[in-house]
Design a protein. Structure first.
Length: 267
């Protein structure tokens, strides 16, 4: 079994303290997108895992504590040929958009993205994503180090539905909201990411974007998932160009408590 580490070089230089340096395999550049050269993640081999893996995990933990973009994205293992592992990981950077000939860059390797995929992809799709890997370990922003098991076999290309693609696109928004909530030490309910995703989809349908959309989604999580049906909120959302944040900024805690209580009728 060989251990590898996926690194985002844009987020810093990989230097291990008190451990041998990891061996660079190369960039994860899909054959169909050579323009990603020098901006793609890099795959390294950890030839001395007993010494190197703890040092890699420490780097990831320090970045998380500083709320810095992750340098060490994932520690993976496989018993397949290194070149085949590199090719598979590179190919997965390209995701086909459903019902079109277009493709998009899929930052699945970023732990801030990967942590959301378990609620979006089906088991067989996860198998296609991991392919020849037997394990994928990453630092979950909420629950710490997490390991996903893989079958270590090569699967067909990863294909997603339009709804799954839309949810993948919204991962950045969901993660931004979760970061705001953690920074403010706000208590969040179970399955907060899925609940936020639904609120972001709803807010976008109302024509909200930017800070208005972010605030709307957080209120939908913390106040009530049905709060948008309350008359006071509907009066804002039904305007031609809703300016959500400015409209609700004067509401105090008692206003929100009333909206939350009265929104129970809309379940």
């Amino acid at each position: 079994m060989v251990h590898y580490v996926i690194v985002e070089p844009a987020n810093g230089k990989l230097e291990l303290a008190d451990a041998p340096p990891v061996y660079e395999i190369g960039e994860l550049v899909p054959a169909c997108r050579p323009e990603l050269t020098e901006v793609a993640p890099v795959l390294y081999c950890a030839e001395h895992p007993d010494e190197q893996l703890p040092a890699l995990r420490k780097i990831a933990m320090l970045d998380a504590e500083r709320r810095a973009p992750p340098l060490v994205c994932a520690i993976v293992a496989s018993d397949r040929a290194t070149g085949r592992v590199q090719q598979h990981l590179a190919d997965r950077l390209i995701l086909s958009r459903p019902d079109t000939d277009d493709t998009a860059v899929f930052r699945y390797y970023d732990p801030r993205v990967f942590t959301h995929l378990n609620r979006i992809l089906r088991a067989e799709q996860f198998g296609a994503l991991l392919g020849p890997l037997t394990s994928w370990a990453y630092l979950d922003p909420a629950s710490g180090w997490t390991t996903m098991k893989g079958a270590g076999t090569f699967e067909e290309n990863l294909a997603v539905t339009q709804e799954q693609y839309n949810r993948i696109v919204r991962i950045e928004l969901v993660q931004r909201a979760l970061d705001v909530l953690r920074a403010n030490k706000s208590a969040t309910p179970p399955h907060a990411a899925a609940l936020l995703d639904a609120q972001f989809a709803k807010g976008a349908a109302y024509g909200l974007d930017g800070s208005d959309l972010l605030a709307f989604a957080i209120h939908g999580l913390l106040v009530s998932p049905y709060f948008d049906r309350h008359p006071r909120v509907m009066a804002i959302l039904q305007t031609a160009q809703p300016n959500y944040v400015d409209s609700v900024t004067q509401w105090d805690a008692s206003d929100w408590e009333t909206i939350a209580r009265e929104s129970l009728q809309y379940q």
